[in-house]
Design a protein around this ligand. Sequence first.
Ligand SMILES: [Zn+2]
Ligand SMILES: [Zn+2]
Length: 349
Amino acid sequence: MIAAVMEAIGEPLVLRQVPDPSPAPDGAVVRVAANGVCRSDWHAWVGDVRVPALPHVLGHEFTGVVEAVGSEVKTHRPGERVIVPFSQGDGTCEMCRSGHENVCEHVHLPGFSSWGGYAEYVAVPRADANLIRLPDGVGFVEGASMGCRFMTSFHGLVDQAQVRAGEWVAIHGCGGIGLAAVQIATALGASVVAVDISPAALAMARELGAVATIDARDGDAVKAVREVTGGGAHVSVDALGIAATCRAALMSLRTRGRHLQVGLPTQADHGQIPLNINAIVARELQVLGTFGMQPSRYPAMLRMVERGQLNPGRLVTGTIPLGKVSEVLAAMSGFATVGVTVVDRFTAA
Ligand SMILES: [Zn+2]
Ligand SMILES: [Zn+2]
């Protein structure tokens, strides 16, 4: 099969013929139809996130068709259209057994723990748990655009922050994950104020439902959010993971507000961002994380997509051949990408 192979950190991926994967007894092989290009790929590409060994194949936001299943697989058959969660449980730990496979103690991340979707075929472990049927009404590209950022936002806003209709949600950082959060929070009945430094990203946030946008270059974003929301947001989202957006998101909350951290810090921050603990204590703020989404929550999200309440396809700003992934990753170094780019063909150009 053709794969885009990472042979060295930070160097362009190389299109190569590599051996086809075969399914484990409890696993499946999926013929990839589409795979989203994500900032998490970029984190691995620049070396922030370690992969087991080089050469390696990235890609964790994929949809496709089941090509083959192992002898122990009971609920899936070749020919099925599927979407695959990027944070997969082993089924044995306390988190898996309580329905939180996405935060499994031995979590498996396709495209990081093993070779991923920048290839014609991917091996998926524990297929009965980790393959989710993609409804006929949801396209492969649209499905891939949900594969990580969208469903992470969905789980974060719906399950973790528990956004309610009528609340103010302030979203700091309008890349793929922030724009997904804008659309989902709007669909939940919240009023969204979006913050970014890119006029193009803010324009897209408005198109996706934001009722107010703030250009953080114009001055004090915290003050601006507090003014727009009449005293602070009920829920704030840091969708970027840098100190400036994380602190601004936390401080733009009203008393008893909930902060949702979605963005991951870069290696330069060593995963650490100092926060105003006095404010967290005195104003009873909550700080919540979110990581992927467990398989049992996919049907709820996919139903909203089927009914048109959510439209992840609107976040897709372009589809590319496999040979162009490196260009998108390079553009991410300068935060020059808007929306979501999806690979939908396995050619060089
Ligand atoms: Zn587990
Ligand atoms: Zn991703």
